[in-house]
Every structure is written in C-alpha cells, then in structure tokens.
Design a protein around this ligand. Structure first.
Ligand SMILES: [Zn+2]
Length: 339
C-alpha cells in the first residue's frame, strides 16, 4: 500500500473496489440501526456514513434544507438498509464528524472521513454507490424468488408437535414463510442481537415481520414475535389478529405465548425448540391449557435444523469473539440459549 505511516489501531485502508463490494453485501440487509452498529459493527457503520457523506460537497456549504434533501435521496437509494430518517442521520453524521456544520448551524459540507476510507472516497461518487446498491438489491430479490420457487417445488417435512395440523396451510408454504422468518433472524444477527425472526401471514400474504432486538431498543419485550405482532396490529388497526399465522424461528417464551393468545393468532408455527424458555411444551405448554388458549393451533419443527443452527453459529461466533477480545466489553448479548 502507500508509504505513509498508519497508527497501529487504525484499520487498514480500503480500496474503492472493496468499498463497493462491502456496500453491495450490506445492501442485502434491512433495518440496520445506527446506534446498534456503534460497537461490533463500527467498520460497516463508518463505511455507510462515509457513503452518505459522499452526497455532500467538500468545498461548498449546503443549507439545512438542501443537506436534508441529499440525505433523503441517500436513504431512498444507497442507504435503504438503514433504519433511520434524514434528521437522525444528519445528527449522527455531524456528531461523528462525517459532516461538518458551520457554527451558525446553517452550512453543511462533507467533513473529514476516517483515514482508512479517505483515499477510496476520492475515487467514488454518490451515483456509483447507488448503482451498486441497486444492483445488489435486484440480485438479492432474484435469489429470493429462486429460493421461494425451490421451496414451493420441494415440500418440506415439518414434524407436527401436537399431531393436529390444521388443514389450511401446506408444508411447502410453511417452509417458505419460515425461511422469511429466518431472513429476519439474520437481520438481528447483523446488529448483534440473538438471531430470532418472525413473520405474520394472512391469506397467503406476509403482513408484517420482526426480529429480536431488545438490546438496541432497550426493551425487554422486543422479542421477534412481539415486534411482528405490533407491526401487524398497527397495519390492520386492530389489537386482535384473527385469521393470522405467526411464524417464528424459535419456540416462543411465556411472554410471547401470552401475547399470541391475547392477539388471537389463529396458528403459530415455530422452528427450533427452546429447552430453556420454550412455552409450547419444552418448559411449559401454555397452549395446552384449555382455559387459556381458545384460538391458537400450534405446529413446531419447521426448518428446525436451520433455525437452531443459526443460533448455534451466532453463539459460537460470540464465544470466539470474546476469547480473542474482539468483542468490545460494552457489546451486550442476550442470554437466550447461552450457557
Ligand atoms: Zn419471547
């Protein structure tokens, strides 16, 4: 690389090519929260914030309105994986130095980017970034369509936990929707949460989705099932969700089982069993209580291996990161499934 000296703790400089490649990978994600990326995902966060900063000029100041307009464009294209709005993004960019604001607060321009991004930034512009992101998203959508077709073609073999599988859902559809819940679980992993995901389906359509995010949201109730039910209830304008099926990658806990019954979810389909907190038979079976449960039919074991392996891999990675000291001391991790 170059001949300049680099401080020992600064990451190695990135090439423009690697920048675009990483951006393409991140463009397949969604719902990334800036606050949650500050710890373990800081390098990715810096790359995304620098991508946003490339939308602002280096040598001329923009008014707040103009700067907001540029950031809105970024969030609608290159930065669509970020879960934020232009005002919050602008605050982060200014706070972390990616965007410089004059003392009067009315003049925004590109700030000083981290050293490892600076050289590549000189070779890139906003249009290139949005093209790469759009291509990656299109390719991802094609992949998903292909996977969906494959799942539909090959019937999965869920084991029905209670032997009373309701007639309305085919096993192929169950596997397809569980795979979408797995996709949500991956989103949780990206932001450092225990990877559990959920989707809610009615009449063959996904109404809402969610992933586990108690750490980022400072909310002990922010389990995947609750996130998805909140979104579906808001969408339908109804606190009951009759006729809906909830798919979740991990057997629900007692809290979620209670909420599922309150919402009158018609059918619950889960992936892996949870021997530590599962409330569908592993620890307790709240759905077997006839006095509690009048509405919800339960099936378990759909894509159970994939759902369970995802959790095992996540905790193995966490243990490895802890051993090497790569996990910042403030990077919390939920204790679900951990010893
Ligand atoms: Zn739960």
């Amino acid at each position: 690389m170059g001949s300049g000296s680099t401080p020992a703790d600064s990451p190695q400089a990135i090439t423009a090519e690697d920048w675009l490649q990483r951006l393409a990978e991140l463009s397949r994600r969604q719902g990334l929260a800036i606050g949650a990326m500050l710890g373990a995902a800081r390098r990715d966060l810096d790359l995304l914030l620098a991508s946003a900063a490339l939308h602002l000029p280096v040598d001329a100041g923009l008014s707040e309105r103009e700067a907001s307009e540029r950031l809105r464009e970024f969030l609608a294209s290159t930065g669509a994986m970020l879960d934020t709005d232009h005002a919050e993004l602008r605050r982060w960019l200014v706070d972390l130095g990616f965007v410089a604001r004059s003392d009067r607060g009315s003049d925004y321009r590109r700030g000083v980017l981290p050293g490892w991004l600076q050289q590549a930034a000189d070779q890139l512009d906003a249009r290139q970034l949005s093209e790469v992101a759009a291509q990656a998203r299109a390719a991802h959508d094609d992949d998903r369509q292909a996977r969906k077709q494959a799942w539909l073609a090959r019937a999965a073999q869920p084991t029905d936990a209670r032997g009373d599988a309701p007639p309305q859902a085919s096993t192929g559809a169950d596997a397809m929707f569980m795979a979408q819940a797995l996709d949500q679980a991956h989103n949780g992993w990206v932001v450092g949460e225990v990877p559990v995901g959920a989707v809610i389906v009615r009449d063959g359509q996904v109404l809402a989705s969610g992933f586990n995010q108690p750490i980022a949201s400072h909310d002990p109730t922010a389990h995947a099932e609750i996130q998805a039910m909140r979104a579906a209830a808001t969408l339908l304008g109804n606190y009951r969700l009759p006729g809906c099926t909830l798919y979740v990658t991990l057997e629900p806990c007692a809290m979620c089982a209670g909420a599922i019954q309150q919402a009158r979810i018609a059918r619950l389909v889960y992936g892996a069993r949870d021997p530590k907190t599962g409330a569908c038979g592993s620890v307790v079976d709240l759905f077997a209580e006839a006095k509690l449960n009048h509405h919800t039919v339960v099936s378990g074991g759909v894509l159970a291996d994939r759902c369970g392996n995802l959790l095992s891999e996540f905790f193995a990675e966490r243990r490895a990161l802890r051993r090497t000291g790569a996990l910042p001391p403030d990077a919390e991790v939920g204790d679900e499934g951990e010893d």
